[in-house]
Design a protein around this ligand. Structure first.
Ligand code: GRF
Length: 217
């Protein structure tokens, strides 16, 4: 069964593009039915249009408060008969009302191994701490920012000469792999939210580790 998915963006939309590509390649039991931005000038809107996807801009500045913006968002999503929402660089905090309404049906990608480095400047903070692994996380969205139950994570090494830019570049490659994989997991029922935790439909191989520094060198 193909699920109708909306992607919410505010910026360049590279994760959005990876989700569109995976859905169009029929790698996902999902149809990207709508790309919605709170910023009419978001670069990603053009990319989505070029890929033949319906787009909508709902400018948050046109609304007196968070709640009325969120109600307009919710109405648009219902009009398009959306089953799941992917936040992909969506830079608006959503109200508890909206988050509860879409509970178990809304996921986000975050550029760190949560629960480390919630919020912004994740790569800079990882470098400052001297961690030797870093990565990205897809999680269900809950009212507390970047605190939702974890669906999938990808890990990358941090190497001695890394800068914020080189580390970000290494992480985003994995974001583009991880997000379609996680969306597949919720569309096909492999992962679902139950009583505030992710329940997985099956287990998986516990073998395979990442050593950083690599043990192969
Ligand atoms: C990504 O790093 C994502 O993890 C974070 O915002 C960024 C969005 O980038 N939530 P893009 O717009 O998908 O290129």
């Amino acid at each position: 069964m193909t699920r109708r998915v909306a992607i919410l963006i505010s910026g360049r939309g590279s994760n959005m593009a990876s989700l569109i590509e995976a859905a169009q390649a029929a790698d996902l039991p999902a149809e990207i039915a709508l790309v919605l931005s709170n910023r009419p000038d978001a670069e990603g809107l053009e990319r989505a249009k070029d890929a033949g996807i319906a787009t909508l801009a709902i400018d948050h500045k046109a609304f007196p408060d968070r709640e009325s913006f969120d109600r307009a968002l919710d109405a648009a999503l219902n009009e398009h008969d959306i089953a799941f929402i992917c936040l992909a660089g969506f830079m608006r905090v959503l109200s508890d009302w909206f988050v509860e309404r879409w509970s178990g049906k809304m996921i986000n990608i975050h550029p760190s191994l949560l629960p480390l480095y919630r919020g912004t400047q994740t790569h800079r903070r990882a470098l400052e701490d001297g961690v030797l692994v870093h990565g990205c996380t897809v999680h269900f969205v809950v009212p507390e920012l970047d605190a939702g139950p974890i669906i999938a994570q990808a890990v990358v090494p941090v190497v001695p000469d890394d800068t914020e830019q080189s580390l970000a570049a290494r992480v985003i490659v994995q974001e583009h792999r991880l997000y379609p994989q996680a969306l597949r997991m919720i569309c096909d029922g492999m992962a679902r939210l139950q009583n505030g935790r992710v329940v997985f439909a099956r287990g998986w191989d516990a073998g395979g580790t990442l050593h950083s520094p690599s043990t192969h060198q």
